[in-house]
Design a protein around this ligand. Structure first.
Ligand SMILES: Nc1ncnc2c1ncn2[C@@H]1O[C@H](COP(=O)(O)OP(=O)(O)OP(=O)(O)O)[C@@H](O)[C@H]1O
Ligand SMILES: [Mg+2]
Length: 294
């Protein structure tokens, strides 16, 4: 289920990041500032998933935070639908804040455990001045394949995978154009992870939302993304079609990631099982038996 760059090639960028620098001030006397991002440029088209791959500390979350206006941008620009978001008046900036939502890695700390799911899902709408109804909440639950009665229960009554569905429903509640998914499945077991990834793809196909999909897992990036950008020490060192970057990485760092990547991933396993079945079917047609498959 590899997705290709050609699918989105002809669309104009929804978001354009241009030569972005993020520098945190140094802590303490004479501490030097931490230059976390140094010249990041990246486009995300409508309905595109860009996988952002890189090791811990490379600056992935910082890039996501910069897009939400939560990191100190020292140089460069972020254009949203062609407009510089740093230069927008506050009212338009607030409107835009609805268009970019985020789903975090840890479904246990990202949802208030004492609120009911209905309260959690209504909150972003109410903050935007929109009255919510039971029906709106039920529709959101249905979009992420949770039962309608889930609205009356509190977050602490749900498993990690179910909580991530709730977090996705919350992100969807105000019909965003872009969702920053910051390692949304790395706290989940493999089977649950595969289900959540499938759900995200299904939602994209239905709504046309774009994803910046942050992960340190090459196989996940490949399965989810149209393009993959590889980040190392605050810079993008390689970017291209997901299949190309994962199968024929050009940068030595990506090559190292490829060699370290475990093959046993549920999505890949499913693909391999299908390929194997196709091969078996073909061999049967040609009068060869199962023994011929190694
Ligand atoms: N508020 C902050 N103040 C100072 N430095 C920070 C701050 N937030 C992040 N950093 C530094 O920026 C660098 C990049 O952090 P970031 O969280 O973006 O990495 P990451 O790629 O998301 O890593 P991980 O895969 O572990 O989540 C790290 O060296 C981190 O210490
Ligand atoms: Mg991070």
């Amino acid at each position: 289920m590899t997705r290709t760059e050609a699918d989105i090639n002809d669309r104009e960028a929804l978001l354009s990041i241009r030569d972005l620098h993020v520098t945190y001030p140094g802590r303490g006397f004479r501490a030097s500032p931490a230059r976390v991002l140094t010249g990041v440029s990246l486009d995300i088209a409508q309905s595109e998933t860009v996988g952002l791959l890189g090791e811990s500390g490379s600056g992935k979350t910082t890039l996501g935070r910069a897009l939400l206006g939560l990191a100190p941008v020292s140089a460069g620009r972020v254009l949203y639908s062609g407009r510089d978001i740093g230069a927008l008046p506050p009212k338009e900036r607030r409107r835009l804040a609805k268009d970019i939502q985020v789903v975090f890695q840890d479904p246990y700390s990202s949802l208030n455990p004492t609120l009911t799911i209905e309260e959690i899902l209504s909150e972003p709408l109410r903050a935007g001045g929109v009255k919510t109804s039971h029906n709106a909440v039920r529709e959101l639950l249905d979009k992420v394949h949770l039962p309608a009665d889930a609205g009356r229960r509190t977050a602490r009554e749900f498993s990690g995978g179910q909580r991530q569905r709730i977090a996705i429903a919350r992100a969807l509640s105000i019909s965003p154009k872009l969702i920053i998914c910051d390692e949304p499945t790395s706290a989940l077991d493999l089977a649950t992870q595969a289900k959540i990834l499938d759900l995200l793809i299904e939602i994209q196909e239905r709504t046309g939302v774009s994803y910046l999909f942050i992960t340190h897992d090459l196989a996940v990036a490949r399965a989810m993304s149209h393009r993959i950008a590889v980040m190392l020490h605050g810079q993008i060192v390689e970017i291209g079609d997901a299949e190309r970057v994962s199968d024929e990485p050009q940068h030595p760092y990506t090559q190292r990631l490829q060699m370290a990547a475990p093959v046993a991933h549920p999505l890949l396993q499913r693909q391999r099982r299908q390929e194997r079945q196709d091969l078996l079917d073909r061999l049967h047609l040609e009068g060869l038996g199962e023994d011929a498959v190694v």
